[in-house]
Write a protein that binds this ligand. Structure first.
Ligand SMILES: [Zn+2]
Length: 127
């Protein structure tokens, strides 16, 4: 690779690093340490409603919470989403929606761990 290409690549990497770190509205754990669920406030033209965003790609202002019942409960009780998104009121089903999502995420993580463990043990026996 040419030096020019390398410099370009470093510049790109720096730009990527500058994106704000997503962190939980309750405990402030960043997303590289925890799985975070996104809550989004739709743009005004779309009604400005707040909802859980399983895709993580919905348009609008986002706030994040850990995929744990503890943080979800605290976020709702302490009105963290209202503050983070300057929105109110929140749909009464939001906590339930988020908990359902967090259960799915946890399931997926356990599954991934099992698959990884299986892959590792197969690899170990093959050699
Ligand atoms: Zn949290």
């Amino acid at each position: 690779m040419s030096i020019h290409g390398l410099v370009n690549e470093m510049a790109t990497a720096q730009k990527t690093r500058r994106t704000p770190l997503r962190s939980c509205v309750v405990c402030r754990q960043p997303s590289d340490k925890k799985t975070l669920l996104r809550v989004v406030r739709a743009p005004e033209k779309d009604g400005g409603g707040v909802s859980a965003d399983p895709s993580g790609k919905a348009n609008g202002r986002g706030a994040y919470v850990c995929a744990s019942a503890e943080c979800i409960d605290k976020a709702v009780k302490q009105k963290r989403f209202e503050r983070a998104l300057s929105a109110s009121p929140l749909p009464s089903t939001l906590a339930e929606e988020l908990k359902a999502l967090s259960a799915k995420v946890t399931e997926l993580e356990v599954l991934t761990e099992k698959v990884m463990a299986a892959a590792t043990s197969t690899g170990a026996t093959a050699t």
